[in-house]
Design a protein around this ligand. Sequence first.
Ligand code: ZN
Length: 115
Amino acid sequence: MHELPVVRSIFEIVIEHARVNSAVRVVKINLRIGALTDLVDQWVERYFEMLAQGSIAQGAKIEIERPPGLMRCRQCDAQWNYDRQSIGAPCPQCGSRESAIVTGREYTVESIAIE
Ligand SMILES: [Zn+2]
């Protein structure tokens, strides 16, 4: 259920963008969701559909991209990509397990197609 507040904020961004651009219909939305967020694509789509009922974003197609996240070693400063499976793996350069998440928790509305 934690998808709902996130989807609601995405929905608000989409509607505001459509309003500012005098759109009659929102056709497609591209989202980027960080590798570390536990948002489930299917729920994001379902909630969006629910929120969009009766709005100009009704029936909009949602495309979700999951770029890998970036991790940085606290010992040697090496950086590497990770996904949900490889999170927590030691630094590939020095083997340290003291690492910090650089990106991967964020979600962004990449683009919105309107008519
Ligand atoms: Zn390291």
